[in-house]
Design a protein around this ligand. Structure first.
Ligand code: NDP
Ligand code: 2IT
Length: 448
C-alpha cells in the first residue's frame, strides 16, 4: 500500500488526463516507488512537489504541413513538452513515429526528468516529436518535413533553454535537416540540438552512447551480483540505433546476441550474430532502410519469425531496445520460465507494470530504462559541453566519461535502494536517486 498522498496525486493525474494511458503508466511507475522517500521527507508533500512534478511546465503543439514528391500537401502534428527545468535546460529527444500522441510524449518527458538527473549533468526533462511516419519517405520528403517542423519549433528551443535530440525515427539525417533549418532562421551557430554529425558540432561516441551505455550498466549490475556478460546469450529487440550498438558491445564483451527485431518480426540466430551480420544490419537499417527479415534471407542459419517478439527464445539476458510496452506480463513469464537472469532496458518503458512486478518477485536483475539507457542523453550532455567550449574530445575521452557515468548511475541506484530499505531493487533506487535531486532543486527555487 502506497501512502495516501501518492495515491491522491496518481488519481488527480488520471482524472485530469483520462486519455493518456502511457503517461498514467509512467506516473504510476515512478510515484509508487517513492513511498519510503515521502515518508522520510514530509517537506515533499508540504511543498506539493508531486502535484507540481506531474504537470509539465508547458506543452507546445503545432501543425506541420509538408509537401510530398508528387506535390500533395500533408499535415502532421508536432509536439514539444517542456516538463521540468529545475536542474538545467530542458533536454530530451524527438520521436517521429505514426503512434506518437501527447500521452507518449508526456510519458517520455516525465521519465526524462529523472534519467537526466541521474547522469549528474545539469539537464532538465523534455521530449517532443510528431506522428509523421518516415518509413517509405524519400530523403527530400523527410527534409521538407524536418524544415517545416523546425520552422515552428525554433521559437521554443535554445542552447540554454531546450536542447532536442534523436529518438525513434530521428537519427543523424533528421538532426542534420533540423539543424540546417534552425541555423538558417536564427543565423546563429549554437549547440541547440545534439546528435549532430561529427565535423559540425557532433560528439564522437554519441551514436554508440545509448547501446554501449546500456551494456556498461548491464555489466555493472551483473558484476555486483557475481556475474558477467561474457559467455551469456542475449535477446535484443529492435534493430535501430540502440539495438545496433548494444549488440556490438555485447559481442565485444564475449556475449552472444541471438535475436534482433523490427516492427514486422524477429530474427532468431541460434549460433549468434557475427561481425559480418552486424555490418549487414548497419547497412540495411541505416542506409537502405530495409526490413530485418532480409538478414534471414541473406544468411544461412538465421530464422525469421514474422509478427513475433524475441521473448519466447531461450537466453540468459534480455535487452528490450525497440519501444514502450514491448514486454507484457506473458512475455515476462516466458523470460522467467526460460531462465533469464537479467533484463536491462534500452528502450523507454519497454516493460509494463505487470512485467516489472514479475521481474522483482522472481529476483531477476532489473535495470530500469531511466538508469540503463541514460548513456545516450549523458553523451548528449557531453556534446553540449564540447559545443559550449568550442572543442572536440576524442572517442576514447567520451567513452571513458560514458563508462564512469554509467558506473556512477548504477552505484547511486544501488545505494538509494539499499538506503530506503529495498536492496537490489534498482527501479526504486533509480527513481529515488533521480527524484531527490530534482525535488531538492524545486524546493530551493520556491513555488512556480
Ligand atoms: P530507431 O528508430 O533507431 O529504432 C527503433 C527500432 O525499434 C526499430 O528497429 C523499429 O522497427 C523498432 N520499433 C519502433 N517502434 C516499434 C513498435 N511500435 N513495435 C515494434 N518495434 C518497433 O530508434 P532508437 O534505437 O533510437 O530507439 C529505440 C528505443 O530506445 C526507443 O524506446 C527510444 O525511446 C529509446 N532510447 C533511445 C535513445 C537514443 O539515444 N536514440 C536514448 C535512450 C532511449 P521498425 O524499423 O520496423 O520501425
Ligand atoms: O530517451 C532518451 O534519452 C533519448 N532519446 C536521448 C535524448 C537526448 O537528448 O539525447
Amino acid at each position: 500500500m502506497v501512502s495516501e498522498y501518492i495515491e491522491r496525486v496518481i488519481q488527480q493525474v488520471i482524472a485530469r488526463d483520462p486519455d493518456q494511458p502511457e503517461f498514467q503508466q509512467a506516473v504510476r511507475e515512478v510515484l509508487t516507488t517513492l513511498d519510503p522517500v515521502i515518508k522520510e521527507h514530509p517537506e515533499i508533500e508540504e511543498h506539493a512537489i508531486l502535484e507540481r512534478i506531474v504537470e509539465p511546465d508547458r506543452v507546445i503543439m503545432f501543425r506541420v504541413p509538408w509537401t510530398d514528391d508528387q506535390g500533395r500537401v500533408h499535415v502532421n502534428r508536432g509536439f514539444r513538452v517542456q516538463f521540468n527545468n529545475a536542474i538545467g535546460p530542458y533536454k530530451g529527444g524527438l520521436r517521429f513515429h505514426p503512434s506518437v500522441t501527447l500521452s507518449i510524449i508526456k510519458f517520455l518527458g516525465f521519465e526524462q526528468i529523472y534519467k537526466n538527473a541521474l547522469t549528474g549533468i545539469p539537464m532538465g526533462g523534455g521530449k517532443g516529436g510528431s506522428d509523421f511516419d518516415p518509413k517509405g519517405k524519400s530523403d527530400a520528403e523527410v527534409m521538407r518535413f524536418c524544415q517545416s517542423f523546425m520552422s515552428e519549433l525554433y521559437r521554443h528551443i535554445g542552447a540554454n533553454m531546450d536542447v532536442p535530440a534523436g529518438d525513434i525515427g530521428v537519427g543523424g539525417r533528421e538532426i542534420g535537416y533540423l539543424f540546417g533549418m534552425w541555423k538558417k532562421i536564427t543565423k546563429s551557430w549554437e549547440g541547440v540540438l545534439t546528435g549532430k554529425g561529427y565535423g559540425w558540432g557532433g560528439s564522437l561516441g554519441r551514436p554508440e552512447a545509448t547501446g554501449y551505455g546500456l551494456v556498461y550498466f548491464l555489466e555493472e549490475m551483473l558484476k555486483a551480483n557475481g556475474e558477467t556478460v561474457k559467455g551469456k546469450t542475449v535477446l535484443v529487440s529492435g534493430s535501430g540505433n540502440v539495438a545496433q550498438y548494444a549488440s556490438q558491445k555485447v559481442m565485444e564483451l564475449g556475449g552472444t546476441v541471438v535475436t534482433l527485431s523490427d516492427s514486422s518480426g524477429t530474427v532468431y540466430i541460434p549460433d549468434g550474430l557475427t561481425q559480418e551480420m552486424w555490418e549487414f544490419v548497419m547497412e540495411l537499417k541505416n542506409v537502405r532502410r530495409g526490413r530485418i527479415k532480409e538478414l534471414a534471407e541473406k544468411f544461412d542459419g538465421v530464422e525469421y519469425h514474422a509478427g513475433e517478439k524475441p521473448w519466447k527464445f531461450k537466453a540468459d539476458i534480455a535487452l528490450p531496445s525497440a519501444t514502450q510496452n514491448e514486454i507484457l506480463g506473458d512475455d515476462a513469464r516466458k523470460l522467467i520460465e526460460n531462465g533469464v537472469i537479467a533484463v536491462a532496458e534500452g528502450a523507454n518503458m519497454p516493460s509494463n507494470l505487470e512485467a516489472i512486478e514479475l521481474y522483482l518477485k522472481n529476483n531477476i536483475l532489473y535495470g530500469p530504462a531511466k538508469a540503463a539507457n541514460a548513456g545516450g542523453v549523458a553523451v548528449s550532455g557531453l556534446e553540449m559541453s564540447q559545443n559550449a567550449q568550442f572543442t572536440n574530445w576524442t572517442f576514447e575521452q567520451v567513452d571513458k566519461k560514458l563508462q564512469d557515468i554509467m558506473k556512477n548511475i548504477f552505484e547511486e541506484s544501488r545505494k538509494a535502494a539499499e538506503e530506503y530499505g529495498h536492496p537490489g531493487n534498482y527501479l526504486m533506487g533509480a527513481n529515488i536517486a533521480g527524484f531527490l535531486k530534482v525535488a531538492r532543486a524545486m524546493i530551493d527555487q520556491g513555488v512556480q
